[in-house]
Write a protein of this length. Structure first.
Length: 211
């Protein structure tokens, strides 16, 4: 009976030592429960628990992600949030007044097109209306556009009626909300081109590969 109790005590001591041991991969001096010195490659699933609250005073906070573009797929990379100048998704409101006629032809928004995607989320037209004109027996208000585009490596904005202008004595103001996406968080998909053959309904020619 005494001999049996000694064996049980020894097993418990070994088990306790294993729990508090630090594991080092690529290092003989681990500084954490699991310390990896070098690259990590995970070929299957990569799961983490929920992130805790990060205070503004915390330093060296980074996010881990499993890359699908590495060769082979599965390299674990880090995103250093201290190097980001904007959040993943940003909402920015702009207001334009004292515009020549209604022609906001080209406003350089100064967002680097290699780093960001800029889209229109909301738009408001304030002021005098465009006067309708006769066109082929019907009344026309022209061709009004609101869109962002890339020029010279940065994002630009156009808001105007491309075929008609305000009366010189009239005035207009524009209010617009833009959504700015950081490309670090997104993957570009190949364009999908579909010929509808003169119809106004149909189906896209292919389904994008989201994975």
């Amino acid at each position: 009976m005494y001999r049996s109790m000694k064996k049980i005590t020894l097993i418990l001591l070994i088990f306790s030592t294993t729990i508090f041991a630090q594991i080092g991969i690529g290092t003989d001096n681990p500084q954490a429960d699991l310390h990896v010195a070098g690259d990590m490659l995970i070929r299957d699933e990569f799961k983490l628990g929920a992130l805790g609250t990060v205070a503004s005073t915390d330093e060296d906070f980074m996010l881990l992600t499993r890359s699908k573009t590495s060769n082979p797929v599965g390299k674990v990379t880090k995103l250093d949030v201290s190097e980001l100048s904007v959040a993943p998704v940003n909402i920015v409101d702009y207001s334009f007044s004292n515009i020549s006629l209604d022609n906001l032809r080209d406003v350089n928004l100064q967002y680097d097109a290699s780093k960001y995607i800029v889209g229109v989320a909301n738009f408001r037209y304030l002021g005098d209306p465009i006067k309708k004109v006769n066109a082929g027996g019907t009344k026309s208000i022209g061709n009004f556009v609101v869109h962002t585009f890339i020029s010279g490596g940065t994002w630009h904005l156009e808001i105007r009626n491309q075929t008609l202008d305000l009366d010189p004595s009239d005035s207009v103001s524009y209010e617009i909300t833009l959504v700015v996406y950081d490309k670090s968080y997104f993957r570009y998909l190949n364009p999908i081109t579909t010929d509808l053959g003169g119809n106004n309904s149909g189906s896209a020619s292919s389904i994008p590969n989201l994975y």
